[in-house]
Design a protein around this ligand. Sequence first.
Ligand code: CA
Length: 227
Amino acid sequence: MRLLVIEDDRSIAEPLRTGLTREGFEVHLVGTGEEALAAPPADLVLLDLGLPDLDGRVVCRELRARSQVPIIVVTARGEEIDRVTLLELGADDYVVKPFGFRELVARIRAVLRRSAQEQTAATSTAGSGPVTVGGLTVDRRTRKVTLAGEPVTLTPKEFDLLAYLAADPGTVHTRDQIISDVWDENWWGPTKTLDVHIASLRKKIGAATIETVRGVGFTVPDQPPEQ
Ligand code: CA
């Protein structure tokens, strides 16, 4: 597993490289945003947001625009960004300095595991073709969504959530199920995060496409009403 570690503080970067190498990772260490964007592809990115040249948030967005590589963002205490913003940046998880090395390794492994599961799920559905519900088409193979033939742009998590719900129209998924299948069981702030994603999906694909089942969870109804 190759890790791209973007950290300008050498007193953190060097021990991190030593420790992560000892854990069996291949570590590519860079100290600036420019170097990060020029680095070869990795299996996971650990990105310090406080970089000397570029805004770490810009680097994060840029990396996400290029690939689905899992990204863990590192923020300094006091510059904590809210979680919704992190999700919008396309980050998969975050840690706040000072963090424990054990905790970091656990986060890295959890994010890698989740990403491997997503890839397996994508592969296993590769031959099953796109799902169509009403005017909405969700293609897991290409990760593309269209509404009445028009492409819809979703964030990676919005896509995962919609693909999950639309895979089985009419079935009601509980909030807990959704959180553990689409995010993971250790996800922080699950209630807010799920609601934020549902709200944003409804804005993009129509409010009626995802129904709230009060006190239970959500469903994509078999035949959504005409928009
Ligand atoms: Ca820094």
